[in-house]
Ligand binder design. Sequence first.
Ligand SMILES: NC(=O)c1ccc[n+]([C@@H]2O[C@H](COP(=O)([O-])OP(=O)(O)OC[C@H]3O[C@@H](n4cnc5c(N)ncnc54)[C@H](OP(=O)(O)O)[C@@H]3O)[C@@H](O)[C@H]2O)c1
Length: 206
Amino acid sequence: MSGRTALVLGGTGMLKGCADELLARGWHVVLPSRRPERALGSAARAALRGRGHVPQGGGGPERHEGGGGSERRVAVAADWARPAELADRVREVVDRPADLLVAWVHASYRDAVLRAVEPLLAPGAPVVEVHDSGAIRPVHGLPGPALEGHPTQRVVLGFARQAGRTRWLTHEEAAAGVLEAVHRALDGRPPSVHEVGEVDSRVMRQ
Ligand SMILES: NC(=O)c1ccc[n+]([C@@H]2O[C@H](COP(=O)([O-])OP(=O)(O)OC[C@H]3O[C@@H](n4cnc5c(N)ncnc54)[C@H](OP(=O)(O)O)[C@@H]3O)[C@@H](O)[C@H]2O)c1
């Protein structure tokens, strides 16, 4: 593996566009999730099915490369509920420290998972933590960065207002907001908090 490497946790759902953009910019992107086949493009998924290698989430160590005609997307089967195992699975497919961590991890798992993957990061590598405003209790406010030694951009996903009603952000809106924070992180900007859409001010207490 040569070139820059990003570890993207929770990057196969709503934030797939964010992983795709990093790939388009020449990054290697490692994507741990329970269903790694979702990380791949439809052509790569079909090829996997044809070879009878459709991965089973939570199974043994698996590495699935490709999608989008490149070998730079590596999807591994792993579960946040087993952070040490997740880190081991990532360690098996990378040969150098990661230059960027993007983490869209549910609050109850976040600290344990981020601490487990911290040794896989280059010293001082930037982190982008993505938070769901709906999961932040106003009484607690926005959690501080999980990894002290890494400059962290925090993103809080709120809601969009349309025709007088509120709705969740679309995947494109969420991924675009997170990408802005990724660019700030890669530009070496100071740690900050980004609101995407409308966020209840009570959850922004720090
Ligand atoms: N404020 C907002 O606008 C907002 C906030 C939250 C959600 N939503 C909406 O709700 C929908 C669902 O949200 P979602 O939270 O399910 O996000 P999502 O981004 O669609 O999926 C969650 C991501 O985390 C991975 N993941 C989940 N649990 C995991 C585990 N235990 N171990 C490893 N990886 C895990 C998933 O892959 P695997 O499932 O394969 O593991 C996937 O990559 C989204 O599509 C979005 O539209 C909107």
